[in-house]
Design a protein around this ligand. Structure first.
Ligand SMILES: Cc1ncc(COP(=O)(O)O)c(C=O)c1O
Length: 363
């Protein structure tokens, strides 16, 4: 199959850009002696996880247990579930997962839930690896003494093994401007590293401090005491990330956009063309619409579940019914979650079609 034959709307991956992004990230992370456990919430695709492991990653982060179950079933190991596993039913699933993939790590931020996890591990006859999730504005327990208390509970639980700290700072990832981002992540990661030292001073070895994102990786990679980075979006990028500000100005160009959505023009009226991609083809959580690839003379506006409206008043080349138009997604993760598969392109050749096997696995 070639690009022009892919039924639309469809998700496309430019493999040259993807490979360049992987090389760029692995280069920086390994140069600083850190491990890379890329976040698979971005791609939800076992084939991509396997490629990242072949490029040197130690495994994959997942946001949810359901994603981790899919990756484990596809032989991906080194899983870190970065959202706390809460309640008896999910704890039982985590224990079952640990039987299949014993190196899986789950996180907790609450002493009561540590007890739930311990009971589930006991019941399943497994040991469960648990890390403490640190709070930097969303989930987690505050760094310092509160985190120590949860770590002590894990270390004391008969069926749990303390795995370390998870220190993702969502605010740092998208803080606008390279210097402001540096200041934010230096501060919060300093708290994470100090917490690691506190735990070790209390006799709790802390083999892992996992943190970082596409926006903050360059600073995080150089912070002593973090052991690994868990960025996700760098493999694809999106219009949101491309404008967080880089070292040399407004554009953040450490990584190349590799992800696009291809649509077909299905109707034309005067200066308006309608494409077959709307709310179901792109995530709509950002305050700006999809951006046409290499067509700054065109703009997109939402036109419903199935459609988008293209303004051709400034068009240097008009669109006709049947023409195809590609877009950068405003936000990559929730856009990918809308598709069953991703078409991996080398130039215009479809090299492979990969299942987004963990899409929709939000539990
Ligand atoms: C816990 C956690 N770690 C890492 C990431 C990766 O961040 P990014 O896609 O900004 O690189 C995310 C993204 O939301 C996350 O929730």
């Amino acid at each position: 199959m070639i690009r022009a034959e892919i039924p639309t709307p469809a998700l496309l991956l430019d493999l040259d850009a993807f490979d360049a992004n992987v090389t760029a990230m692995t280069g920086v992370v390994s140069a600083h002696g850190k491990a890379l456990r890329p976040h698979a919430k971005t791609h939800k695709c076992p084939e991509i996880a396997r490629r990242l492991v072949r490029a040197g990653a130690v495994g994959a982060c997942t946001a949810k247990l359901g994603e981790a179950e899919v990756f484990a079933a596809h032989d991906v190991r080194g899983l870190l579930v970065t959202t706390a596993v809460v309640g008896e039913a999910k704890a039982a699933r985590a224990a079952t997962l640990a039987r299949l993939a014993p190196d899986t790590i789950v996180v907790a931020d609450d002493v009561g839930q540590v007890a739930v996890l311990d009971r589930a591990a006991k019941h399943a006859g497994v040991r469960l690896r648990v890390a403490v999730d640190l709070y930097f504005g969303r989930t987690g327990v505050a760094p310092g003494a509160p985190a120590l208390a949860v770590a002590q509970a894990i270390a004391a639980a008969p069926h749990l093994d303390f795995a370390g700290l998870q220190a993702y700072d969502a605010t740092a990832s998208h803080t606008f401007g390279a210097e402001a981002r540096r200041a934010r992540t230096t501060g919060t990661m300093g708290e994470a590293v100090a917490t690691r030292a506190l735990l070790e001073a209390h006799g709790i070895p802390c083999p892992m401090v996992s943190a970082g994102s596409t926006g903050s990786y360059g600073v995080d990679a150089a912070i002593d005491g973090l052991t690994e980075l868990q960025p996700g979006s760098f493999i694809f990028m999106d219009t949101d990330y491309l404008q967080i500000g880089g070292a040399a100005g407004a554009a953040y160009d450490d990584f190349r956009p590799s992800l696009s959505v291809v649509t077909t023009v299905v109707s034309v009226h005067g200066d308006e063309a309608i494409v077959d991609g709307g709310f179901k083809a792109f995530a709509t959580d950002r305050p700006y619409p999809p951006v046409p690839v290499d067509r700054p003379d065109l703009s997109y506006a939402w036109a419903g579940d199935e459609h988008g409206r293209i303004d051709m008043r400034r068009a240097t080349r008009r669109l006709a019914v049947g023409d195809r138009l590609e877009f950068r997604a405003p936000h990559c993760d929730p856009t990918v979650n809308l598709y069953d598969e991703i078409h991996a392109l080398r130039g215009d050749d479809v090299e492979a079609v990969w299942a987004i096997a963990a899409r929709g696995k939000s539990q």
